[in-house]
Write a protein of this length. Structure first.
Length: 629
């Protein structure tokens, strides 16, 4: 056994091509290849011809802060890897504490507990194979008192290596500079294979591999050391890279491209294992995979569920030509990936916070229908209560479409009309308005006060039902509405989780149409969304004949501005120039977005699925006077 770990800048001694002396036919077969070999030691030429290492990647779903549960979960997957005959099993970044642990890391007892449970896990679970897992640790450098984002490698009850993450992301939802000190050493371990021989495995963690390329922040690391190149320089021929990288639409494809570049550039196998599951607003997709030096996907795990991916990696020169490629789960349509991510996000948010049931206000519209369908798949239809709350301006089909949806999904629907509470509020408010010598409600067509009153009555009814039943209220507003403030504080914004808050209206329709078209893939017994909910013009139904486009641009225009201004940080002139939208429209929408920040600060936690969501990764002041020129 050999562990190599050195500070950056200290030259590595050249390692011999093979530790065994090869002559004759075997030597002639090897002489023509220049690519780095992937075997560190063999005992005979015959062994070289069939040498493989069995690698297991355990994409598990930890619970932030439940260290003992996470250790037990890791142990179960390690046992499965042992039963599968694995030589090496790798678990995700910080899997012992869950990611992101945030300010829990500032509690000394938290890190102490992680280290103690990590010692127990490694000592008891590593018999007969090499185990690598992630946890926070106190620095081991003299005179340093910080915390590191670390990997430990164990074998047969002994810790054989420690690696500290070197590149710490601090952008979007990441804030690792706040909590961790960067590592300074590359780390390569020798992993013995049951078929004989030893493979040299380099360790890296998440950003060490992505280096900001997947999120458009590569410039942060232009002057930083390359952890991947450093591991290869030490002789690594397989890279094992645990991650905790949140799901973002299309990001997994970028990850695959980065993995392929590393594999071909360095002539190594790259094995990536990501956390899976939902933690607060973040969703982790899993999608563990192995890429060979020819950029081929040779093993891939399904996304959005726990899985143990076991792969035989051929390590004799020439053996790679015989490797079979794997079907990539990322070939699924974007709508399917988005649906599976949202279902996982709802399921885990509820299970990890203790909710078993959910309540949703069903208006007959597309947003509430989609939210209910996602919730039914996440929690089971028997655990969903739909509430229709018709008001004075509700259309007939608002109730009938809600009834069709409930029947399609198999969820219970009750009706709670708002006429009676609205009459009571009207009486109380009119008396107050008389005292203030201002117009009563209903003196003209519904104004903002009366429109918002209807929404707030509905929000109060839902929260009352939540208090009595113990079910969580799921809000139904989409990203387009939340962006421009087309939502009512203490009304339709009431609830514990905003399922669609990062899904624009265009994506809402695309997802609903996909679910109706591919309902079997989505896990339904038939098309779940009523045709009327998709076809009718969107409306809040708070005044006669109201449609969203009375006060908003068409959604294709609105969403284009939102995508460019929020996700791509484009200026008004750039949006006008590139999107071809009238400048006055762009300026009006941008102003609405900026003025609505105070509402978003009071919104429920929302599931993040795009590069920039209205949540922890977007930090805008409320009291500010900056406007686009």
């Amino acid at each position: 056994m050999m562990v190599v770990s050195r500070p950056e800048g200290i030259a590595a001694r050249p390692s011999p091509r093979w530790s065994a002396s090869l002559r004759g036919p075997a030597a002639r077969r090897l002489s023509g290849r220049q690519r780095r070999p992937v075997v560190a030691a063999v005992s005979s030429p015959e062994q070289l011809l069939d040498f493989t290492v069995k690698l297991a990647l355990a994409q598990i779903n930890p619970v932030v802060g439940d260290i003992r549960y996470n250790a037990a979960l890791a142990r179960r997957f390690i046992e499965r890897a042992r039963d599968a005959g694995a030589d090496l099993v790798v678990l995700p970044e910080l899997c012992l504490c869950g990611y992101p642990p945030k300010d829990l890391l500032l509690r000394e007892s938290f890190v102490d507990t992680c280290e103690r449970e990590g010692e127990a896990l490694g000592a008891s679970a590593s018999a007969g194979l090499t185990v690598v897992f992630g946890l926070p640790m106190k620095e081991d450098r003299p005179g340093r008192t910080g915390t590191t984002n670390s990997l430990v490698a164990w074998r047969d009850g002994t810790r054989i290596a420690r690696y500290d993450k070197r590149l710490l992301p601090t952008y979007d939802v990441f804030d690792e500079d706040r909590y961790f000190e960067p590592g300074s050493r590359a780390c390569v371990i020798d992993v013995p294979a049951r078929t004989g021989g030893t493979v040299r495995v380099g360790l890296a963690i998440c950003e060490d591999l992505w280096q900001g390329e997947d999120a458009g922040f590569a410039s942060r690391y232009l002057d930083a050391p390359d952890p991947v190149a450093a591991a290869v320089q030490l002789g690594a021929t397989v890279l094992a890279v645990p991650s905790a990288s949140p799901f973002v639409l299309a990001k997994a494809d970028r990850h695959r491209a980065i993995l392929r570049r590393h594999a071909s550039r360095h002539g190594v196998y790259v094995a990536s294992v990501n956390q899976v599951g939902g933690n607060d607003d973040l969703i982790f997709g899993g999608h563990a995979c192995v890429i060979d030096p020819r950029e081929r996907l040779i093993a891939a795990a399904p996304g959005f569920r726990e899985d143990l991916l076991v792969s035989d990696i051929p390590l004799a020169d020439g053996a790679a030509a015989e490797v079979a490629t794997a079907q990539d789960p990322l070939s699924h349509e974007a709508e399917q990936q988005l649906f599976e991510a949202l279902v996982l996000g709802v399921r885990d948010y509820c299970s990890k916070t203790g909710f078993k049931r959910a309540i949703i206000g069903l208006s007959g519209g597309i947003d509430s229908a989609l939210t209910a369908a996602i919730a039914a798949r996440a929690l089971g239809p028997e655990n969903i209560l739909g509430v229709a709350m018709p008001g004075p301006y509700s259309s007939e089909h608002s109730v009938s479409d809600a009834e069709r949806l409930a029947a399609n999904l198999g969820v219970r629907l009750i009706t709670a009309p708002i006429a009676l509470p609205m009459a009571g509020f009207r009486a109380a408010l009119d008396e107050a308005f008389d005292t203030l010598d201002t117009a009563r409600l209903g003196a003209a067509l519904p104004d903002l006060a009366e429109e918002n009153l209807q929404s707030r009555i509905r929000g109060t009814l839902l929260m009352g039902l939540s208090n009595r039943t113990g079910a969580i209220v799921l809000t139904t507003g989409n990203k387009s509405e939340l962006a421009v403030g087309y939502a009512t504080l203490y009304g339709d914004m009431n609830g514990g989780l905003a399922v669609l808050s990062d899904v624009t209206k265009r994506r809402v329709y695309a997802l609903a149409n996909w679910m109706n078209r591919d309902w079997e893939k989505a896990g339904f017994t038939g098309p779940p969304i009523p045709a009327g909910s998709i076809q009718k013009p969107p409306s809040a139904e708070l005044r006669p004949n109201q449609t969203d486009q009375d006060s908003l641009p068409p959604y294709d225009v609105l969403d284009s501005i939102i995508d460019r201004y929020i996700e791509n940080h484009q200026s008004i002139p750039a949006i006008v120039r590139e999107a071809g939208i009238e400048e006055s429209v762009v300026r009006r929408v941008v102003r609405m977005i900026d003025l609505s920040e105070y509402k978003r600060k009071q919104a429920a936690v929302g599931l993040k699925v795009t590069s920039v969501a209205f949540g922890s990764g977007r930090r805008c002041p409320i009291a500010q006077r900056w406007t686009e020129a």
